[in-house]
Design a protein around this ligand. Structure first.
Ligand code: DSN
Length: 417
């Protein structure tokens, strides 16, 4: 691995090795993470990185783009076929940039946009005051029903009627249940607006057809190509035919300039891989593992937000265990289980403390873990929660976690070249 860097920059080479070692020996359960395949790593570092090009196939601003044209066209066709979409744009640098591309395509400064509150499971780019987009558009937030902890579609409908948004955003970063995209589209369209589904977290599950797709209902569908899609750090957008031209102009020159062609190459590979039976089997296991985790943790006395999960995310309310998200995150990190603290709906703690944590099952499923291993992880988590500051307890749990992860290599095909 990194044979040239090893000679020219041993210090940096050692850090990459250290990170590989950390990932190899930790149970990675951050819901936005996945393990990039050897092919994705290879393509992310391939010679397309040398090429600067802007624009779209057949209409570039730089010479020498013929091969890039072929590669981008291949990706667009694969994306359209995989997701059964009218149009695809593979250029966004990330899920956030994909969202900015749609905003650039359809919004004018001051337009009203409805997005889910960040602390109810939305995303920074959906109208958080901390994100610079909130300076340009009039974001209005909707949230979850306090009782059901599901999206409050009645509130969404009322806000849409009153505020007539140009765009409604459905999707987020910490919502463990299915989204009724058909209903969200009806609400958006009857208010005279458009629906953008942000399926950043669930794109792999949608690609594998193990959960319903927003594509038939939403005008635009954005996603990041990491997370369940298991690809490189990039973004993608799908849209209905009438919006294709506006979308492409929104992405370039609206939101980005030159394309990261090497990352695009990795996305193109993922679009083929995501249609394979083995990818579908992994995504099925992601769902089974998340359901098993929610069930096991409930059995251990944790409260699962939303009553369970329909995707790869389990969101826990830790108040029943009388610990904060930060304390639990830090104790689990010590033990070798990597998760993140997360605000829960109607949280009274600050964002850097939180009353909850978010756990994801993509990476462990990719490594081959199934329900028995998930049950063991839940058991360790419960032991950690019982005494998160007891060094002896944490050392015992660490040994258990290490024993478990050692059976599931990060790269089972052999060491990275
Ligand atoms: N939105 C952040 C997350 O879900 O973790 C980064 O992708």
């Amino acid at each position: 691995m990194l044979k040239h860097t090893r000679l020219s920059d041993p210090e940096l080479y050692r850090l990459v090795g250290e990170e590989l070692d950390r990932q190899e020996h930790n149970i990675e359960m951050i819901a936005s993470e996945s393990t990039e395949s050897e092919e994705v790593l290879e393509l992310s570092g391939c010679v397309f990185a040398n090429k600067t090009t802007e624009g779209y196939p057949g209409a570039r601003f730089q010479a020498g783009s013929q091969v890039a044209d072929k590669m981008e066209r291949l990706g667009i066709e694969r994306a359209k076929a995989l997701f059964e979409a009218d149009h695809a744009n593979l250029q966004p640098y990330s899920g956030s940039t994909a969202n900015y591309g749609v905003y650039a395509a359809v919004l004018k400064p001051g337009d009203v946009v409805l997005g889910m509150r960040l602390d109810h499971g939305g995303h920074l780019t959906h109208g958080s005051p901390a994100n610079f987009m909130s300076k340009f558009y009039d974001f209005v937030s909707y949230g979850l029903n306090r009782e059901t902890e599901l999206i409050d579609y009645e509130e969404l409908e009322r806000l849409a009627r009153e505020r007539r948004p140009k765009l409604i955003i459905a999707g987020g970063s910490a919502y463990p249940r299915l989204i009724d995209y058909e209903r969200a589209a009806k609400i958006a369209h009857s208010a005279g607006g458009l629906l953008m589904a942000d399926m950043a977290h669930v794109a792999g599950l949608v690609a594998a057809k193990v959960i319903p797709s927003p594509v038939p209902h939403a005008d635009f569908v954005t996603f990041s190509t990491t997370k369940t899609f298991c690809g490189p750090r990039g973004g993608m957008i799908l849209c209905k035919a009438p919006h294709a031209r506006a979308l492409d102009r929104g992405v370039f020159p609206g939101a980005i300039s030159s394309i990261h062609l090497n990352i695009m190459a990795a996305k193109v590979w993922c679009l083929k891989n995501a249609a394979s039976p083995s990818f579908k089997a992994t995504m099925e296991q992601v769902l089974k593992n998340a359901a098993a985790l929610a069930e096991e943790l409930t059995r251990h006395g944790f409260r699962v937000i939303g009553g369970g999960t329909d995707n790869h995310i389990v969101l826990l309310d830790l108040r029943s265990k009388k610990i904060t998200g930060k304390l639990f995150q830090d104790a689990l990190e010590y033990v070798g289980i990597t998760i993140n603290k997360n605000m829960i709906p109607f949280d009274s703690e600050k964002p850097l403390i939180t009353s909850g944590v978010r756990i994801g099952t993509t990476s462990v499923s990719q490594r081959g873990m199934k329900e028995p291993e998930i049950s063991r992880i839940a058991w360790i988590m419960n032991r950690v929660a019982a005494a998160p500051e007891d060094k002896g307890n944490l050392e015992d749990c660490k040994a258990e976690a290490l024993k478990l992860i050692a059976q599931f290599p990060l790269y089972p095909r052999g060491p990275l070249e």
